[in-house]
Design a protein around this ligand. Sequence first.
Ligand code: R5P
Length: 291
Amino acid sequence: MPEADTEGARYQADKPQTAPGFFLKGSHQLDWGMKNRLARVFNPQSGRTVMLAVDHGYFQGPTTGLERIDLSIVPLLPNCDALFCTRGILRSVIPAESQKPMVLRASGGPSILKELSDEQIAMDMEDAVRLNAAGVGIQVFVGGEFETRSIHNMTRLVDAGLRCGMPVMGVTAVGTNMVRDARYFRLACRIIAELGAQYVKTYYVDDGFETVTASCPVPIVMAGGKKLPEIEALTMAYNAVQQGASGVDMGRNIFQSDAPKAMIQAVHAVVHQNMKPQHALDMFHSLKSQG
Ligand code: R5P
């Protein structure tokens, strides 16, 4: 017995095809592969991310807390949304079975012994694709000695990323003698976004951070910076997301904590659940005491 002819009804010709939007600021006109990679790093439900930054070795060597990434960082992988690391650490230490999105450090050159802005692109985009990266990151030294080269590095990386759908995170790298205020970060973040980075990593400032996020047309993730007492780091992360950041990319404030696993879970609650800093600190202490 042939099926009844329901073809006409099945086409639902009266309904326009769904046009899916995209949850990330300024990202709705990117290509599918780029969006898909971004949606692995940023949680589509909260629109935010907790990236764990452990790339420090690319210019600092074995930083405190990163002497043995296999022992200190691999156990934290289940608690981050993405890892920001070098390809050397990825290949040598991070288990390939991990399903966490990996954002790879793509710039380098000078060590802490030299002028840091004298960087080059330090990885082929082809290798990032080979490593199944979810993105790449690069320093941008606005106002630095090698400003033009640093910006040119980023624009070349963005061009390479666009060819294969790889998002680029531009990192505002501030020289030691430069003022870290909203005016500087507005300038640096806006330049990075205008020149094509898909998202920007920058520092929190107490005064005017909301103007930094408002004037940046793509998502901003807050950089952690030097180790602070836990309540201060949690407050900084809370303020940053309340003032428009799409999450954090924190390193030392997590892996140099007395209890890194407790700390990353507290940061996760602040970022994804808008948990207040004091409540998150209580959570930190409670998780810490449970070992
Ligand atoms: C800083 O600009 C670099 O990207 C890092 O090496 C790192 O990601 C910094 O993380 P944190 O300041 O949170 O330790």
